[in-house]
Design a protein around this ligand. Structure first.
Ligand SMILES: C[S@@+](CC[C@H](N)C(=O)[O-])C[C@H]1O[C@@H](n2cnc3c(N)ncnc32)[C@H](O)[C@@H]1O
Length: 353
């Protein structure tokens, strides 16, 4: 089976082709994936003609070279014309661009759940059928409906929290996921929803109250996974002695001062020093407390510079000396930020040696 994951625009649409047999096809666990599609093993027309009787709704997203709204809609209309000639009733969804937005796909029911509402994806390598669309409303609800939020601590998007947990690699159901900088508890919340036990600590007592309130709210929600077990306590990650075992660590570390403008060279040096010191002291404290092979996925800060680049913490050699392998040394593609966001998140994927 060949899958296609549409990962969104950062800065341009990135598409990952995946050929994993045990690949997780539950789009609502994947975090960063907007749409998931599977390659068609027949021509799109043959596939559409094989659908059960009744009205068909189709949308075409065109990701091939030179694609535009016109090429996408033309493909859809071409298919419609032939299907109508064969006596089928067809509605075409016009995406107003070469690709249908996540919202258009979702609200028109093209999310892979209905056998007669289909989104097809055209690429230079062939045609795909969408099998999952990110439930943007569910993510927004989990983010905005939480009782305790704090804009100053930064708003970790739930989908990024899922990405951090997923980057830990496959974990057993019920695995204990630690967030030692848990803040308001977004990583803990997502860990619970993914079937893990959430363990959070934070130096700030108020944050622990927030996390507790949010997680109690989460597990009280009727629709949510009631199995969720969590534990939170106040603790300085640079010296704390966590309860064992810890199966994985996923966290957004201390990101320093929030900036709305590009920091000066002096401010940058100060922030890099402070954040780097806390992260390294935490990793030093953690290393004796986890087993060899345990994953540690950490979002560290990186700061926007005038030329549009981001300045990252230069701590990889020290991390190596502390006893961790850095899985993504090039850190390519793992800088997470909105356009022109001053403090980006630089995702480090580590594993205890
Ligand atoms: C960027 S925030 C994390 C926000 C969190 N992801 C959330 O969901 O709200 C960083 C957190 O690190 C905490 N922190 C800073 N220094 C710390 C330390 N030495 N030990 C533990 N927590 C610390 C802060 O109190 C803050 O809550």
């Amino acid at each position: 089976m060949k899958y296609l994951a549409i990962l969104g625009r950062q800065p341009e649409i990135s598409i990952a082709e995946l050929e994993m047999t045990d690949f997780c096809t539950d789009i609502n666990r994947l975090g960063g994936t907007k749409k998931l599609a599977v390659k068609l093993d027949q021509k799109p027309l043959d596939y559409l003609q094989s659908l059960p009787d009744g009205k068909i709704t189709i949308g075409v997203s065109d990701y091939s070279k030179g694609a535009s709204r016109a090429t996408a809609i033309n493909e859809a209309l071409k298919l419609k014309k032939i299907l109508v000639r064969h006596g089928r009733s067809v509605r075409v969804i016009d995406g107003k661009a070469a690709e249908l937005s996540t919202a258009t796909s979702l609200y028109n029911g093209l999310s892979g759940k209905n056998t007669r509402k289909i989104e097809l994806i055209k690429t230079d390598d062939g045609w795909y059928r969408v099998i999952g669309v990110q439930d943007i409303d569910a993510y927004a609800k989990r983010d905005q409906a939480r009782p305790a939020r704090d804009a100053k601590v930064g708003m970790l998007p739930p989908k990024l929290a899922q990405i951090l947990i997923n980057l830990c690699g496959p974990l057993k159901p019920g695995a204990i996921v630690l967030d030692p900088f848990c803040g308001t508890g977004v990583v803990l919340q997502e860990a619970i929803l993914m079937g893990y036990h959430a363990y959070g600590t934070d130096i700030n007592e108020r944050m622990i109250e927030y996390s507790e309130k949010n997680l109690k709210w989460l597990v009280s929600q009727k629709s949510q996974n009631k199995q969720g077990i969590f534990q939170v306590s106040v603790g300085d990650a640079t010296i704390y002695n966590w309860e064992k075992p810890i199966d994985a660590v996923a966290c957004e570390g201390y990101l320093g001062k929030p900036f709305s403008n590009i920091p000066s060279e002096i401010e940058l040096k100060e922030q890099k020093g402070e954040c780097g010191r806390i992260i390294l002291a935490f990793l030093k404290n953690l290393t004796e407390q986890i087993k060899a092979g345990a994953p540690v996925v950490l979002a560290a800060p990186a700061w926007l510079r005038k030329d549009g680049s981001y300045k990252r913490l230069e701590i990889l050699d020290e991390i190596d000396k502390l006893g961790y392998n850095v899985n993504n040394k090039s850190r390519k593609g793992l800088l997470y930020h909105r356009e022109k966001q001053v403090v980006a998140r630089d995702i480090l994927i580590l594993r205890k040696k």
